[in-house]
Ligand binder design. Structure first.
Ligand code: GLY
Length: 250
């Protein structure tokens, strides 16, 4: 059960972040409105939301998920894989140290939280353009100290592991065709290719946040009986960001 979330408001230079999406430049005012609606959705799920002010040094700074892996026992502070994002983790480490023991991923390791998919007590760690094997090894060693298991998964396409797959609890996954076979024996919803963005959805307590505008996915997910909250994400999608990217939950 989660009780808290940390988010960071997008800065005025949000459009200057890293993206491969080719969906055009985000509208800053619209991004702020969508971010506020996202925070409202978190509150509706029962979370106390800490909203950090924008840090204009980091255009991608609203994507706080990449800066830490938070468990009940420890917060692992990452070393982001993109040079332009390195440093975002410092303020997050300061905030999380008020709640948890914190442990840092050290050079030459790199790790983005978007590559870390937690499934109960197991963590899948994506090896991607952002997360290297050394970062994955360090995370795995830290998690093992607290009784968690982990395994690595190659991410060949897409930004992060969680760009393509989410765990919905109760043994259910949602995935693009890319990772449809990742978890043997699990119940996995396979999304249509043209709705692959909706693989990045976010389970919070009894609620499931899904991005607005993906009708086929919405229907498939609705069949599983979750309390669904749709959140408009168009401006974050333009910057390769999804629902999980915008918060740290604990
Ligand atoms: N724009 C998010 C990222 O590339 O990390």
């Amino acid at each position: 059960m989660h009780t808290r979330a940390i988010v960071r408001r997008p800065g005025r230079n949000f459009a200057g972040g890293i993206t491969t999406s080719n969906l055009g430049k985000p509208d800053y005012e619209k991004a702020l409105r969508q971010h506020a609606a996202y925070c409202d959705a978190l509150a509706r799920c029962g979370l106390a939301v800490t909203v950090l002010k924008a840090d204009e040094r980091y255009p991608d700074g609203c994507f706080v998920e990449d800066t830490a892996i938070v468990t009940r026992d420890v917060a692992v502070i990452t070393r982001p894989g993109a040079l332009a994002r390195r440093g975002e983790e410092k303020e997050i480490a300061r905030v999380l140290s008020g709640y948890f023991e914190t442990v840092m991923i050290e050079e030459p390791g790199t790790l983005d939280g978007g590559d870390v998919l937690r499934v109960e007590g197991h963590f899948y760690i994506g090896i991607s353009g952002r997360t290297n094997r050394e970062g994955a090894r360090q995370l795995s060693d830290i998690l093992a100290r607290y009784g968690y298991t982990s395994s690595e998964k190659e991410v060949r396409d897409g930004l992060h592991l969680k760009s393509d797959i989410a765990y919905l609890g109760r043994g259910n996954f949602i995935s693009t065709p890319v990772f449809s076979e990742m978890v043997q024996g699990a119940s996995t919803i396979i999304l249509d290719n043209d709705e692959s963005y909706s693989a990045n959805c976010l389970l919070i307590n009894d609620y499931l946040l899904i991005p607005g505008g993906f009708p086929q996915s919405g229907k498939k997910i609705a069949d599983l009986g979750y309390n669904i909250i749709e959140v408009e994400m168009s401006e974050f999608r333009k910057m390769d960001g999804g629902l999980t990217c915008l918060s740290l939950l604990f």
